[in-house]
Design a protein around this ligand. Sequence first.
Ligand code: AMP
Length: 278
Amino acid sequence: MITIRTLAELAAQRARWPQDVGFIPTMGGLHEGHMALVRRAREAHEVVVASVYVNPLQFGPAEDFAAYPRTEDVDCDKLAQASVDAVFLPTDAAIYPRGRESQTQVRVPGLSEDLCGRYRPGHFEGVTTVVARLLGLVQPRACYMGKKDYQQWRIVARMVEDLGLPTTIVGVDTVREESGLALSTRNAYLAEAQRSQAPDLYQILTEGAERVVAGVALDHVEAACMERLKALGFAPDYVAVRRAGDLAIPQAADSELVILAAARLGRTRLIDNREFRR
Ligand code: AMP
């Protein structure tokens, strides 16, 4: 596996690679969820490139940028084991050469201010700005994103469509522990007691989806899930049932839905979701 740190090295490698590059952008702290994206890309493309970059632009001032796990050596070992061809480990200067304030920003209006965007102002703008730049630098045929970050996946797909970028965004199913807990780098923050509680989030979303299928009104389901989360010791930001394709409020005729939630357990903010049909 080649390790690439500079724009010049990346440009030189890119010129040698075929068009068929599969790309997996990450913030490191790699786990089996990330590796599922890597494996999907490995099956489908001649060249597979991953990036590890903890993007300061997508963290709020009170968020965990400084504490975010940085495990570069272990991450590179895992990527090499998975037969990734190259890992891009950019510096801030490579991603934001003009400085964070002066760099061109990319914003997907509406979708970025909804759901998690309401509680993390500027977060998705940070995500779309960095992903747009990474797609421009790596020029992949396909980019693999986890459905665990469902809203992020839909926003990036919208950005690619709106900008006419020549990359296909592929959504990959969430990898979970046996308990149902979605794998997340941030799970490392959970204390032991919180770790045994965290699987309740997905359990409650699963039950919520079942109640929607059974015909219970969406606002009742959302409110009941919020109450159950609170009773179990979570501090939920939201629980929402949305149309899967565009995260709009579902109309009566919509059958492809997703129930999404964000909830804090102590200082750790967990997100999860479940797609379902009614
Ligand atoms: P992150 O390093 O958290 O920015 O995640 C990098 C990519 O891995 C994103 O597209 C995530 O959605 C994806 N990802 C993270 N956790 C999981 C998981 N448990 N299952 C599938 N994909 C995941």
